[in-house]
Design a protein around this ligand. Structure first.
Ligand SMILES: Nc1ncnc2c1ncn2[C@@H]1O[C@H](COP(=O)(O)OP(=O)(O)OP(=O)(O)O)[C@@H](O)[C@H]1O
Ligand SMILES: [Mg+2]
Length: 272
C-alpha cells in the first residue's frame, strides 16, 4: 500500500514468554494519519507503541515500516537503525525512562546531537519548543528534581526536537494541567498538519477526537475490540464502559444511591 508507514499482521507478543501482551494484532498506519490507541490498564497499548518504536519485537506475525519488515536483526544495521531513529520519535509513558542528563537543556539536545543534526537547526527548534511548552525556567535544572508534568514536557521536547516524520506518544497528556494539555495538543496538531504521522495512546477521551483519524480500542484480552472513526468509537458508550474508559458515577437522592456511566467528554465535545 502506497504511503504505508506501519503494517502489523497477526502480531503476538508475550513478556518472558509467559505474560501475553499483544494477541493477533492487525493494524495499518498511513503517512500523515493521526491514530490513537485506547483501552484499560494492561490491555497492551504501551507494548504496541514500544514495538512500533523497534524496542521489542513480535514473537509471531509481521511488523513492517515503510514496506520493510522489521525484526531485531535489521537494527544491527547501523544505517537502518540511524535512519529509523531519525524518522521515528517516541515519548515514553514514564518520562524518567527518557531523562538522564545533568540538566534539562542537555537532555533536550542529546538526541539531535547524537544524530548529527546541524547546530543552528538544533538551537532554532530548542527555542521554538521551549517557548511553546513554557519550559524556559527549567533548562538549567536537573530533570530528576522536576514535577511529573514538568518531566513530561521535557520528554516531549526531547523527542520533538529531532523533528521525526512519525511521532509515537505514550499517554502524552497524563498528569498535565488542562492548559498545558491544550498547548501540547495544539503543537501535535500543527506537526500533523505539517505532514507528520502521529500515534498516541491515551486514557484521556477529551483528546481522542482531535488526535485521531482512526481509533483502536484494545481489550483486556490484548486484542483489538473495535477500530474506527473517533466519532463512532466515542459514541459507543457500552464499548467504552466495557473497557474501563468511562467511570461509574454514583450519587445519592434522599435515601437511595444511584449509579450510571459517566462520560466526561459529554460536557466538552465541542469545546476541546
Ligand atoms: N516488563 C514486563 N514484564 C512482564 N509483563 C509485562 C511487562 N510490561 C508489561 N507487561 C504486561 O503486559 C500487558 C500489557 O501491558 P502494557 O504496559 O502494554 O499495557 P497498557 O495498555 O499500556 O497499560 P497502562 O494503561 O497501564 O499503561 C500487561 O498484562 C502487563 O502486565
Ligand atoms: Mg501503558
Amino acid at each position: 500500500m502506497d504511503g504505508l508507514i506501519f503494517g502489523l499482521k497477526d502480531v503476538y507478543f508475550s513478556y518472558l514468554g509467559k505474560f501475553p501482551a499483544l494477541c493477533g494484532i492487525d493494524i495499518k498506519i498511513s503517512k500523515g494519519q493521526k491514530v490513537s490507541v485506547i483501552g484499560a490498564n494492561g490491555s497492551g497499548k504501551s507494548t504496541l507503541l514500544q514495538m512500533l518504536d523497534g524496542l521489542i519485537f513480535a514473537d509471531k506475525g509481521e511488523v513492517s515500516f515503510r514496506g520493510v519488515e522489521i525484526d531485531e536483526k535489521i537494527f544491527y544495521d547501523p544505517e537502518f537503525s540511524r535512519d529509523f531513529r531519525r524518522r521515528v520519535g517516541f515519548v515514553f509513558q514514564n518520562p524518567d525512562t527518557q531523562l538522564f542528563c545533568p540538566t534539562v537543556k542537555e537532555d533536550i539536545i542529546f538526541g539531535p546531537l547524537q544524530l548529527g543534526l546541524e547546530k543552528s537547526e538544533i538551537v532554532k527548534r530548542l527555542e521554538m519548543l521551549v517557548e511553546s511548552l513554557g519550559i524556559q525556567g527549567l533548562l538549567e535544572r536537573p530533570p530528576h528534581q522536576l514535577s511529573v508534568g514538568e518531566k513530561r514536557k521535557v520528554a516531549i521536547a526531547s523527542t520533538l526536537i529531532i523533528n521525526p516524520d512519525v511521532l509515537i506518544l505514550d499517554e502524552p497528556t497524563a498528569g498535565l494541567d488542562p492548559l498545558t494539555t491544550r498547548h501540547i495538543i495544539d503543537l501535535l496538531i500543527d506537526e500533523n498538519t505539517a505532514g507528520k504521522t502521529i500515534i498516541t495512546s491515551t486514557h484521556d477521551l477529551h483528546i481522542v477526537r482531535e488526535m485521531s483519524d482512526v481509533v483502536y480500542v484494545f481489550g483486556m484480552d490484548k486484542r483489538i475490540v473495535k477500530f474506527g472513526r473517533a466519532e463512532d468509537i466515542l459514541n459507543d458508550t457500552a464499548l467504552l464502559a466495557a473497557n474501563n474508559l468511562v467511570h461509574i458515577h454514583s450519587h445519592r437522592h434522599k435515601d437511595k444511591m444511584h449509579a450510571h456511566p459517566h462520560l466526561h467528554i459529554e460536557h466538552h465535545n465541542d469545546s476541546v
